[in-house]
Design a protein around this ligand. Structure first.
Ligand code: HEC
Length: 209
C-alpha cells in the first residue's frame, strides 16, 4: 500500500515536471489555473506603494531631523539625553520634581519658532486653539469643556518651560501624551512657541485689544 502511494506521488511529480518542462512550478499553475500567486497586487519590501497625498499629516515627527544637520533615525529622542520621567514626576503643578526641573531648554531662533508653530498647529491647536486660547479650539464646539485650557493665559505663563515640555511628553488626564510623536527638539520648539503666544496675548491685552 505504502509503496503504491509513493509510486503514485512520484508519477504525479513526474507528470508535473514534464508538463512544466524547465519552467518553475508557478508557470504550470498559470497554465492550469490561469493565474499564479507570484503575480499578485502586493508591494515589494520597502517599496513605497503611493506617494503620500499632499497636505497629509505624517504619523510621527520622528521622521524629521531632530536638529539641524542631524539625521533622525525615527527615535523621538535621538541625539538627546533625556532623563526618564512619568506623570508622577509632574508635581508640584506648573513645575514638576527635580527630574523635570533638570531639563534644559536649548532656546529658539526664528527657524525654531517657525517649526514650533508648525508642530503646535498640527498637534495642539485642535484642543488649545491656534492662538493658545482654549475657547477658539477646533473641538470647542463639540466638546466645550475640553476646549477651555488656555495656553496663552497667565496660568500657563507661570509654569516652567520644563513643565510644559513634560506635559507634551507625558500628558495628563484627557490630554494625550505626545512623547512618541514629537521629538525632543520639537518639544522645545513647541514650548518656545507657546511662550511666543503668551507674549503676543500679553501685548494685545496691554494694547487694550
Ligand atoms: C486632545 C486634546 C488635547 C491636545 C491635542 C493637546 N492638549 Fe494640552 N491639554 C488638554 C487637556 C484636556 C488639558 C487639561 C488636562 C487636565 O485637566 O489634567 C490640557 C492641558 C495642557 C497643559 C496644562 C494646562 C494647565 O493649566 O494645567 C499644557 C501646558 C498643555 N496642555 C499643552 C499642550 C501642548 C503643547 C499640546 C500640543 C503638543 C497639547 N497640549 C495638545 C487637551 C489637549
Amino acid at each position: 500500500m505504502r509503496n503504491a502511494r509513493t509510486i503514485r506521488l512520484l508519477a504525479a511529480g513526474l507528470v508535473l515536471a514534464v508538463v512544466s518542462g524547465c519552467k518553475p512550478l508557478d508557470d504550470t499553475m498559470v497554465m492550469v489555473f490561469g493565474r499564479s500567486m507570484r503575480d499578485q497586487r502586493s508591494f515589494d519590501p520597502y517599496e513605497n506603494p503611493r506617494p503620500a497625498p499632499t497636505h497629509s499629516v505624517s504619523f510621527a515627527s520622528g521622521n524629521y531631523p531632530s536638529a539641524p544637520g542631524v539625521v533622525n533615525v525615527g527615535q523621538p529622542e535621538a541625539g538627546a539625553d533625556v532623563p526618564f520621567f512619568t506623570q508622577a514626576d509632574m508635581t508640584p503643578l506648573g513645575e514638576g520634581n527635580e527630574v523635570v526641573a533638570s531639563l534644559v531648554n536649548p532656546g529658539a531662533d526664528e527657524a525654531a519658532l517657525a517649526r514650533g508653530q508648525e508642530m503646535f498647529n498640527r498637534f495642539c491647536a485642535v484642543c488649545h486653539g491656534e492662538a493658545g486660547v482654549g475657547t477658539q479650539a477646533y473641538i470647542a464646539a463639540k466638546h466645550p469643556t475640553v476646549g477651555l485650557y488656555d495656553l496663552s493665559g497667565t496660568q500657563v505663563a507661570g509654569y516652567t518651560d520644563q513643565y510644559i515640555y513634560g506635559m507634551i511628553r507625558v500628558g495628563r488626564g484627557l490630554m494625550p501624551e505626545y512623547g512618541s510623536r514629537i521629538t525632543h527638539f520639537d518639544r522645545w520648539n513647541v514650548v518656545n512657541y507657546v511662550r511666543e503666544l503668551q507674549r503676543r496675548a500679553n501685548e494685545s491685552t496691554a494694547d487694550g485689544n
